[in-house]
Every structure is written in C-alpha cells, then in structure tokens.
Design a protein around this ligand. Structure first.
Ligand code: AMP
Ligand code: GLY
Length: 431
C-alpha cells in the first residue's frame, strides 16, 4: 500500500516512523516533511495547507491511504476532497473538524450533549464580553473562537487583565479573524491531561493518556506554546479515570456527532482537567497532539496502520492495540525566540550521537537540510525543532535518558525546558 502523511512536525515524524515499520506499507511519502522524515519517507514539497495541491499529488503518486497530521487541512476539508477523488484518508471531515475549528461550536456541542466542561459565555461584541467578565469576576479565561496555533487562550488573574485580553483579541485582532468571536469561561483548577482515542464514526478505541507541558519555561512559567514536552502514561489518568473519560466525554461525543449528521472519524484528542469534581473537558482537538504523538508512537507495540484503516472502514469495534508498559518522555528543543519569532538557519550538530543512545529517538519538527561549505547539515527551520524522545522503566529513567539525548545535541541556537515530567516525578518521590 502507498501511504502519504501530511504535515511537517514532530508528530508527523513519529507517525512516519511508526508507519514505515508496517508490513502493509510498501511506499511512504510525506508532504512537505522535514530533514528527519526524509530518512524514513520520500518528502514531497507540497504545503500541508495546499488542499488542491495535495489532492493532485495523491493522484499522481497513486496513493492508497492518506494520514493527515495537523488541524489546518482537516478544518479546510482535505479529507472530504480526497474522498471525492476516491482516495481513502484518515481524519475527520470539515464538518466534524469544527469540534476543533470553532471553540463556540465545541462549547455549544458540550452543552447539547451534557459533556462536562467549564461554564461559559460566547460573544461577538467586545462590550458584552466585558460586561460578562465584570459580572463573573476573576480568575477567568478568555479564548479566541478560531484556530490560533494553540496561543489563543488567555488565563486572566484579574478583571482588568481579562478586559485587556478582549481588546487584544476582538479589537486589535491579535489572532486575526480567529478573534471575531470569543468564549469566556470559568477558570478550572486541577491537573491537566491529554486523552486520545481513535474513532470510526460509531466506536472509539482508547489509545493512552499523556501529559503535555504548555508553558515555555521551567516550573510552567512564561507564555504558552504548542507544547514543550510530554510523557505517557500519566499517573493522573489511571484505569478508573480512563473509564470515566471514555464514558463521560469520548463516547457521548462520538454518539452526539453521529446523531447530528457529522460522524467523527479520526483521532479525538480531549484536553481534560482532572478536577475534584471529576474530569472536565477543556477542549477537543481532531488530530494527534504534538508532542503527545511522539510518546504515544514510542509506546505503541502494535502496527498503527491497520488501526487507522479500520477507523476509515468503520471496523474499529473489537479492535485492540498493544502498548509497552514503560514510560515514554519527550523533550522539545525549540529555536531561540520561540514562542515569539524563532531564529532560523542555525546549524544543529550531535544528532547521530543522540540517536545512538540506547532507547532514545530524535524526532524532527522544524528542520531542513542545507549545504554549508560543501557539506550537508541540518538547520533549524521553525519554532519547535526537535523532539528528543526516550523510553524507560519509569518516568525518571525516561527523563534521564531523554536529557542524555538533549545533552548530546550541539545546538547553541536552541533551548529546552529541563523539567519535563516533573509532576509524575514528584508523585513517584512521594510514594
Ligand atoms: P485550550 O487551547 O483551550 O486547551 O487552552 C490552552 C490551555 O489553557 C489549556 O491547556 C489549559 O492549561 C488552559 N486552560 C484552558 N481553559 C481553561 C480553563 N477553563 N481553566 C483553566 N485553565 C484553562
Ligand atoms: N500539544 C497540544 C496540541 O497538540 O495541541
């Protein structure tokens, strides 16, 4: 089977790494890919946002199965267009992708189907949003309605800060059209986890939970990013909590989407706050998380491809996947300047030394190969650049190995957090 993965991040490298090991996969392509993906797949220079270009490419390359990584092309209808062209693709339709594409749609969906979430208001006028904030008081959360690369959420400790967030999103349009509407919601207190399930329109196969680290700095300080590191499994989602998340969040969503005429096929990713009153949904994403995908793929024992095909064919019921019991942990190395404007073009050394460490895999995100002084080198080409991923018998061992990998990489142009996994390490120490 000829398989095409769409995207160019660490998530897509991890997907390509897993898919390239499948006996069902005869040829693997990635558009546009990166320097690391080029080692396991043929990279083709079509952008993940170029919907018509991707459909044309899939036809030319006689692709049998497409796996779409990022949310942009899903929300823009890539899966629908591929289907029209007779090509099977894993991921939701544009209709179903609204779960991520519009926070207002998502919140109203939660309300219709009684899915636990933070209390909220939805506004398209700044004055009304501010009045609601004044009435509710702080702390409070302000969110741009549309896609804002994971940065459109502002946690406000005071009413003045929340009013300023409304001005920034709705008046100054910091996130462009994504800020035409806002959601203002209750501030939830608890520990956060990312929960993943593969869905075939009617049934859901739970994958695993992971914990992300969104803030740029150690100790969860500084502005939010797409994610600076992750580990899986996470002690905050034990078997009982997984069963609650499936029963209270995932399955009602799958049933609700089918009832409303937009059955969900793909990865359903619930951002969950584990509060003292149980799990509450912070958000849905309609794809694998990045960097969560890197740790999930490192832990997955079974072949990924048959599960993705079964989802598209509506055959997930009774499907089973096997996982390594060990913990996987990934540390993101980002280019200096991220999450602001990252510095591009700096040379990255030591990649082979890092990859040679036992149980360490270096997934690439924003990288490309360039000729410098007649030699081919890997250079930074984005904000998040590498996902140094390791597996170990517990979170401490995985963490030690991942940082051995990080320390083998010679890249003055980049930085990382030094505390990925701290919550789980603190729990292990308490025991
Ligand atoms: P979102 O993109 O909606 O998941 O929000 C990004 C991050 O903001 C989440 O991962 C949480 O850490 C935080 N967050 C979002 N909504 C809330 C909330 N209602 N209460 C507390 N924290 C929140
Ligand atoms: N790491 C969170 C996300 O992919 O949205």
């Amino acid at each position: 089977m000829r398989v095409l993965v769409v995207g160019s991040g660490g998530r897509e490298h991890a997907l390509c790494w897993a898919l390239s090991a499948s006996p069902l996969c005869d040829a693997l392509f990635c558009a546009p890919g990166n320097a690391g993906i080029a080692e396991v797949a043929t990279c083709l220079p079509t952008s993940a946002e170029d919907i018509a270009g991707l459909v044309a490419l899939a036809k030319t390359e006689k692709i049998d199965f497409v796996v779409v990584g990022p949310e942009g092309p899903l929300v823009a209808g890539l899966v629908d267009k591929l289907k029209d062209a007779g090509i099977k693709a894993f991921g939701p339709s544009a209709q179903a992708a609204r779960l991520e594409g519009s926070k207002g749609f998502m919140k109203d969906f939660f309300a219709r189907h009684k899915i636990p979430t933070a209390a909220y208001g939805r506004f398209s006028e700044a004055g009304l949003a501010k009045a609601f904030i004044t009435e509710k008081g702080a702390p409070i959360v302000v969110k741009a309605d549309g896609l804002a690369a994971g940065k459109g959420v502002i946690l406000c400790q005071s009413v003045a800060e929340a009013h300023a967030a409304i001005d920034s999103i709705m008046t100054e349009k910091t996130f462009g059209a994504a800020g035409n509407e806002v959601v203002v919601e209750e501030f939830l207190v608890g520990e956060e986890a990312s929960f993943f399930a593969i869905v075939d329109g009617a049934s859901a196969l739970p994958l695993a939970a992971a914990q992300d680290h969104k803030a740029v700095g150690d100790g969860d300080t500084g502005p939010n990013t797409g994610g600076m590191g992750a580990y899986s499994p996470t002690p905050v989602v034990d078997e009982a909590m997984q069963a609650r998340i499936m029963d209270e969040i995932i399955l009602p969503t799958v049933r609700g989407m089918a009832q409303e005429g937009s059955p969900f096929i793909g990865v359903l990713f619930a951002g969950v706050m584990i509060t003292k009153d149980g799990p509450k949904t912070l958000e849905f994403n309609v794809r694998f998380g990045d960097p969560e995908c890197e740790v999930l793929m490192k832990r997955l024992k079974s072949d990924l491809l048959p599960a993705l095909i079964a989802a598209v064919d509506g055959q997930l019921k009774n499907f089973d996947l096997r996982w390594h019991d060990e913990t996987a942990l990934t540390v993101i190395m980002a280019a200096n300047g991220y999450p602001g404007t990252p510095q591009k073009g700096t040379v990255i050394g030591g990649l082979d030394a890092a990859a040679a460490i036992e149980n360490v895999t270096v997934f690439h995100a924003g990288t490309k190969t360039e000729e410098r002084d007649g030699k081919s080198v890997v250079v930074a080409n984005g904000g998040r650049v590498l996902a140094v991923t390791a597996i170990g018998k517990d979170v401490r061992e995985a963490q030690t190995r991942a940082y051995q990998g990080v320390d083998a990489i010679k890249w003055p142009g980049g930085f990382c957090r030094r505390d990925i996994g701290w919550r789980a390490v603190a729990r292990e120490q308490k025991r």
